[in-house]
Design a protein around this ligand. Structure first.
Ligand code: MG
Ligand code: MG
Length: 264
């Protein structure tokens, strides 16, 4: 009788449940696109929040973030050196050249979609534009590991490896933010397991047909270290360097990774 380690699997959803999750996810995609279409210098991040909330509620869904652990907004709006969890505010007036990361969730029929992207207000400085394009590319490369039979950290490693490749491809130094990452998702936004954005492959629970993860690389131009501001939410880089954040809710299916938060 020896020690036998049990390999757990990430809970699987049925195809019908994945369809229901995508219905929620599409509303998130619509909200993000409405925000991006509207953004211009002089608007506040609270203006963006109202736009997203309108889209979500008009579609018959509920903004998942609102009230989550006391969070006041329907989106997280994180500008420039802010990485994630920025609180929408009248005081944050957007200006030309800002990089805005918008994270959004919607709940519909008891299922949650969670997605984020970063975009410029007007023209971005060259290195910031490259950071942003690289982060999107890392997400799209990393999520390719979301296939049945892989294990959790195969996705982590895919994200890390893509980050190294992105440094060459985009010609910028990139840093993976320590301590933050993706997560399981379903009836609630944050479910087990935690998904690191870096790490050795081949570990953790098995990804099954129907397993779903929110995959969300957060990259910066100067540091992997962050600090939470006094509002207890806003996470910023310690050196003030810019950060970008891209996220999709993704299912593993027999046909390959299926993005449940498409932007139409
Ligand atoms: Mg999110
Ligand atoms: Mg998330």
């Amino acid at each position: 009788m020896g020690f036998r380690k049990k390999t757990k699997a990430i809970a699987a959803k049925t195809p019908e449940q994945l369809d229901a999750m995508e219905a929620a996810g599409k509303i998130v995609g619509d909200a993000l696109q409405a925000v991006r279409a509207a953004v211009k210098p002089g608007m506040t991040t609270l203006d963006l929040d109202k736009i997203a909330e309108d889209v979500i509620r008009s579609a018959g869904a509920v903004p998942t973030f609102k009230g989550y652990q006391g969070f006041p907004g329907s989106i997280c709006s994180s500008v420039n050196e802010m990485i994630v969890h920025g609180i929408p505010s009248d005081d944050v007036v957007l200006k030309d050249g800002d990089l805005v990361s918008v994270d959004c969730g919607a709940t519909l029929g008891g299922w949650v979609g969670d997605s984020a992207w970063s975009f410029g207000v007007g023209e971005l400085a060259e290195d910031v534009r490259l950071l942003n394009e690289a982060t999107e590319w890392v997400l799209m490369e990393g999520l390719k590991a979301m296939v049945p039979g892989n294990r959790l950290t195969d996705v982590s490693w895919a994200l890390e490896k893509a980050t190294y490749e992105a440094e060459k491809k985009f010609g910028v130094d990139l840093y993976i933010v320590d301590g933050y990452g993706g997560h399981g998702i379903g009836h609630t936004m944050h479910e087990d397991p935690f998904l690191a954005n870096e790490g050795k492959p081949g570990r953790g629970p098995v990804i099954q047909e129907g397993s779903v993860l929110a995959i969300e690389p957060m990259l910066t131009l100067g540091t992997e270290d962050s600090v939470v501001l006094e509002d207890d939410w806003s996470v910023v880089t310690v050196d003030g360097s810019h950060a970008a954040h891209w996220e999709h809710t993704v299912a593993a299916t027999a046909g390959g990774p299926r993005i449940l938060t498409p932007r139409r």
